[in-house]
Design a protein around this ligand. Structure first.
Ligand code: ADP
Ligand code: F6P
Length: 344
């Protein structure tokens, strides 16, 4: 008799525990990449899929960012679906900028598809525009966790965004090649690099290529000062010059003309463009992507959404998505100063 009562109590306890677990834990999560593609996005997708499956969850891939969510372009992913992608640039999930998702109608269609496909939470890999989308989805009852993916490193909540290292190494390789020609012809090369409204790529790459001057949107630019620097360094024996310009400053063709006019040094402008977005991710991007994918799924598996993954002081951390979107990230002015001093 005592034994029977014990079994009944045990079964009731088990049943309630299971209901409780179902309430907390997500059965199925989705993953999407959004905004500009960035090397390391694939490594993050792989980590999301494998971590989720190891925790007993199902994973659905959502194609072309928020567009796929609106259109129901959603498919099952298993551990082998993400084989052979850790080393590849771009994103196997495709990506898009989705104006439709900024409208209430688009968001409602996305929420309806989450219900239809049984998606309980989503990992969003992208830039701060994508984070705003994740915030809006979270507000409509679909918990999201953001992973920072953009070559620009311009997401305020994190020290590092996936793709930044790979893009900078691409810039380095390209400018090293330009430098060969500059050296051979005693020329000046004015190079525009990406970064949207931020100068992080230009600053770090400017230091790494030994640029004579670096122009970033965060610091008021003055071409006269750049020309004066070229002249000063020429007096001490410098024969060729690289001027690194962030796209947020722009105008490299015009600058090249003025530099040539004023200094008499043959000058060419080069806009590196979208080569900076592609290519195999570096070790840093693959490892960080793997850690971030793992961390994002750990949160969702505990029923925690509305967060973004970040790197602070070399550690993986997470923040509330609203808090993250209100943060600011200034350019490293000490680094800018070091660049000025070491380029004389
Ligand atoms: P990134 O994520 O690289 O910053 P975008 O700014 O283009 O790129 O944003 C990517 C997508 O995120 C947009 O096309 C849109 O679908 C969504 N998004 C951007 N801003 C918002 C917003 N304010 N509200 C809702 N969704 C947004
Ligand atoms: O955000 C990444 C980025 O490559 C920026 O550096 C650049 O301003 C923008 O995207 C270019 O966008 P698109 O691919 O639409 O030309």
């Amino acid at each position: 008799m005592v034994e029977k009562v014990g079994i009944i109590v045990y079964n009731i306890h088990l049943k309630f525990s299971l209901i409780f677990l179902e309430m907390i834990y997500m059965k199925t999560i989705g993953v999407l990449t959004s905004g500009g593609d960035a090397p390391g996005m694939n490594a993050a997708v792989r980590a999301v899929v494998r971590t989720a499956i190891s925790l007993g969850m199902n994973v659905k891939g959502i194609k072309r960012g928020y567009n796929g969510l609106i259109d129901g372009d959603i498919f099952d992913l298993d551990v082998r679906s993400v084989s052979d992608i850790i080393h590849r640039g771009g994103t196997v999930l495709f990506t898009a900028r989705s104006p439709r998702f900024k409208e209430e109608e688009g968001m409602q269609a996305a929420v309806a598809n989450c219900k239809k496909f049984g998606i309980d939470g989503i990992v969003v890999i992208g830039g701060d525009g994508s984070y705003r989308g994740a915030r809006d989805l979270s507000l409509r009852g679909i918990p999201c966790v953001g992973i920072p993916g953009t070559i620009d490193n311009d997401i305020a909540s994190t020290d590092y965004t996936l793709g930044f290292d790979t893009a900078m190494n691409t810039v380095l390789e390209m400018v090293d090649k330009l430098r060969d020609t500059c050296q051979s012809h005693d020329r000046c090369s004015v190079v525009e690099v990406m970064g949207r409204r931020a100068g992080h790529v230009a600053l770090q790459c400017g230091i790494a290529v030994g640029a004579t001057a670096i122009m970033v949107p965060e610091v008021e630019s003055n071409l006269e000062e750049v020309i004066a620097k070229i002249e000063d360094t020429r007096k001490t024996g410098k024969e060729h010059f690289v001027i690194m310009v962030a796209e947020g400053v722009g105008g490299v063709e015009e600058m090249a003309k003025k530099i040539e006019e004023k200094t008499g040094i043959e000058t060419r402008a080069t806009i590196l463009g979208h080569v900076q977005r592609g290519g195999n991710p570096t070790v840093r991007d693959r490892v960080r992507a793997t850690q971030m994918g793992y961390a994002a799924v750990q949160l969702l598996s505990k029923g925690i959404g509305n967060r973004v993954i970040a790197i602070k002081n070399n550690k993986i951390v997470d923040y509330d998505i609203f808090e993250a979107l209100n943060m600011t990230k200034p350019l490293d002015m000490e680094m800018y100063e070091i660049a000025n001093i070491t380029s004389i």
